[in-house]
Write a protein that binds this ligand. Structure first.
Ligand code: PMV
Length: 362
């Protein structure tokens, strides 16, 4: 038996998140610091599972840590085919997390041990070509799994994760260094990120929400979000962007606290269009929209067309899909309406969730 087999196998689960106020444009400083604050809803079963086991031979990607099709809420988790660049980015972050974990854990009262290396793999429950960004969920899951592997006792780490906000915030901060928006996937259901800190919004009274992700296209995107973060500064619409985003952040937070769906829908629509207008007017300009995205947006721009249902909160990320967030209590009615309005259009469905978690074993 080699020493690897004695170390526990740790699996972390971290969901994707959908931003209502967008992180777009980074500050000049290192570490993925945003130009403006953002706010998102954490999802639940559209997620990444990251698996790690301690290893004596450095940090290695080992897809065979997932032997079968693991299921999360009925969805199969599949190991994606990563480009070499993608794999290197994950491994670099695993190294960063391994370095940072001992002092981070000790500061939060969790006993840490020195871990020289890990074998690591990750699997997503959303289809590879669905246009769902996997970086938020995968970096959050990897951060969680590596931190858990660095604890002297998994159960002590897990208890601290549940009971110690400082540990959750510290792991969000560490995760942000690998992928900005991943810091909003550690907790739920509504998370605000400003500067170095991401934390749950307090006093939310809005009932549970369901996200229908209308899949407008499956092509690989031509402009990465890292590239988009750079290019938006060249748009003439950048001027005043930080002030507008900051004001929307306050409006969104207040709408969540007052359960004011009407105002939430209006502000989020405006914010999504602003981000895409930045893309459309940058130098050189680019777009993520596909014909089907536009068809869906056009239907949702006619608000009275769905007047008998609660207002939908419609937004897009850096991709062609349209997210339609509705109260879970009206999800059945909305599902029927989406299917009749857009016949044949594929969609994914998920709910708001509580953030990352993990367990030992497969
Ligand atoms: O975390 P990144 O660098 O992949 O940026 C994500 C940017 C958006 O998804 C477009 C917006 C957001 O706030 O999530």
């Amino acid at each position: 038996m080699n020493s690897n087999t004695k170390a526990p196998l740790i699996t972390a689960k971290a969901p994707s998140n959908i931003a209502l106020v967008k992180y777009m444009g980074k500050s000049a400083l290192d570490g993925n610091l945003p130009a403006n604050g953002s706010l998102s809803m954490t999802l639940n079963s559209l997620c990444t599972l990251a698996r790690v086991v301690e290893s004596q031979s450095g940090i290695e990607w080992n897809p065979s840590l997932f032997h079968g099709r693991e299921k999360v809420s009925g969805l199969s988790a599949v190991v994606p085919t990563l480009s070499e660049k993608g794999r290197e980015r994950i491994l670099r972050h695993a190294a960063r997390s391994l370095d940072a974990a001992p002092s981070l854990l000790s500061t939060c009262g969790v006993r840490a041990k020195t871990v020289r290396g890990v074998q690591i793999s990750a699997a997503n429950t959303f289809p590879a070509a669905s246009g769902i960004a996997s970086s938020a969920s995968s970096f959050a899951a990897v951060t969680w799994a590596v931190a858990a592997a660095s604890a002297e006792s998994f159960s002590e780490f897990h208890l601290a994760w549940q009971k110690t906000p400082a540990l959750r915030r510290a792991l969000a901060e560490l995760s942000r260094k690998g992928s900005g928006s991943s810091c909003r996937s550690m907790e739920g259901a509504w998370v605000r990120w400003e500067g170095e800190k991401a934390f749950p919004v307090e006093g939310v009274t809005l009932p549970s929400m369901t996200d229908f992700v209308l899949l407008a296209g499956k092509e690989e995107k031509e402009v990465s979000s890292s590239e988009a973060h750079q290019r938006v500064f060249s748009s003439p619409l950048w001027s005043g962007r930080v002030e507008r985003a900051t004001s929307r952040l306050a409006q969104v937070e207040s709408a969540l606290q007052k359960a004011d769906l009407q105002s939430l829908a209006a502000v989020v629509w405006e914010e999504s269009w602003e981000m895409h207008s930045l893309f459309h007017t940058s130098q050189p300009p680019f777009t993520y929209w596909l014909p089907r995205s536009l068809e869906v947006l056009k239907a949702f721009s006619k608000r009275d067309a769905f007047g008998d249902l609660p207002p939908p909160v419609v937004t897009m990320d850096a991709g062609p899909n349209v997210h339609v967030l509705v109260p879970t209590s009206s999800a059945d009615a909305w599902r029927a309406r989406i299917e009749s309005t857009f016949p044949g259009l594929e969609y994914l469905e998920d709910q708001c969730g509580s953030g990352a978690d993990g367990w030992t074993g497969g």
